[in-house]
Design a protein around this ligand. Structure first.
Ligand code: CP3
Length: 339
């Protein structure tokens, strides 16, 4: 995984899945029982346990620590709850609200995150299994912070209105989120994360000009602020086939593309600029084992033009993802080594 992310030669693509620790696993639901999602994120023992489950239960080859992109937002003094998606107590919609956010060190408010990472690293080191840290990208975080919750229409009217009305105010919010994120990711690296992934799930709802104006400079600021000599940097966007070149212009080590992206085309664009991650549609994990094996061979061939390929989904596992499908996916990756 680490060699692939750095563009060094490997025998076959490594494999892990976004949301691999989640409700589709009965063992996850058992640990999660009786506690809220946020309590679970603060509970080092439970978080470590569910982070490790996908290694044994589905054969994943990397561990992403259990948490959420909204955990450090609490550390910025913004009230967050989950029902089951994030709900913001007092949505942020004006420059005055941004200015009134307390000047505090978000990292210092979430010590349990780093305890989870340190514990995981101790557990994983003997087996040489890599540990992945992550954060939410400012644009994606801002869609929730402004709307107050997820927006199923993906129109993000409040955020789009703010762009028009007061671009400076919104830019200040995005820059504060970026600076928090740089400190947060570097603290994760200090605590043992060996790769970091930035989730810009909703940036694909922007046209290319708007992405270049509102998300690219902010994401590049993060890409430049993260200590990448210590941990390669993956940029994920869902459903953004029109933004592959713009993603590459952020200069990440790896671009992680959604299932609507043609992997061969994206890999050719990435070439020796970046490795590529993806991009099986999670729905395909409901297919037969033969189908999944066939698709993994196709994805491997499609990914060859990039300087490296990490097998993953185009987005995360969902509660109805079949465990057997996830197992078939990782088995298929290992079978690639045999030809
Ligand atoms: O990949 C991983 O397993 C790492 C942990 C992780 C979670 N969420 C765990 C989680 C990561 C990296 C995220 C990212 C995240 N969270 C994103 C960006 C990536 C993406 O998937 O689009 C966003 C937009 C969120 C916000 C969020 N958190 C939503 C919308 C929800 C509810 C959705 C749902 O599944 O019902 C969550 C809750 C959440 N985050 C769960 C998990 C495992 C479900 C937890 C539960 O109820 O037990």
């Amino acid at each position: 995984m680490l060699r692939t992310c750095r563009g060094e030669p490997v025998d076959r693509p490594p494999v892990w899945l976004m949301r691999q620790a989640g409700r589709y696993l009965p063992e996850y639901r058992a640990v999660r029982e009786g506690v809220s999602f946020l309590e679970m994120c603060r509970d080092v023992k439970r978080s470590v346990e569910v982070s490790l489950q996908p290694i044994r239960l589905v054969g994943s080859e990397a561990v992403v620590f259990f948490s959420d992109i909204f955990v450090p937002i609490e550390g910025m003094g913004i009230g967050v709850d989950f029902a089951p998606g994030p709900v913001i107590a007092d949505p942020i919609r004006t420059a005055e609200q941004v200015a009134a956010l307390p000047e505090q060190d978000a990292v210092a408010h979430v010590p349990y995150v780093f305890e989870i990472l340190r514990t995981l690293r101790r557990e994983l080191d003997p087996a040489g299994i890599p540990l992945i840290g992550f954060a939410g990208a400012p644009f994606t975080l801002a869609t929730y912070l402004t709307e107050g919750k997820g927006d199923p229409t993906r129109e993000f009217r409040v955020l789009r209105g703010w762009m028009e009305r007061d671009p400076e105010g919104l830019r200040t919010l995005l820059e504060r989120l970026a600076d928090m994120t740089i400190g947060y990711l570097n603290a994760q690296i200090d605590a043992g994360a060996q790769v970091v992934q930035l989730f810009d799930t909703w940036a694909g709802t922007l046209s290319e000009p708007l992405y270049r104006e509102w998300a690219l400079p902010i994401n590049r600021r993060i890409a430049e602020g993260v200590e990448r000599d210590r941990a390669p940097f993956i940029l994920f966007m869902n459903d953004a086939p029109h933004l592959v070149d713009a993603m590459l212009d952020v200069s990440p080590d790896v671009i992680s593309v959604g299932s609507s992206v043609d992997l061969a085309d994206a890999a050719a664009r990435a070439g020796d600029r970046a490795a590529i991650q993806g991009n099986l549609d999670p729905e395909e994990l409901k297919g037969s084992r033969e189908h999944i094996f066939q698709r993994v061979r196709e994805l491997r061939d499609a990914g060859r033009a990039a300087r490296g390929h990490v097998l993953n989904l185009g987005h995360g596992c969902t509660p109805d993802t079949p465990v057997a499908g996830v197992r078939a996916f990782t088995d298929a990756a290992r079978a690639l080594a045999d030809g």
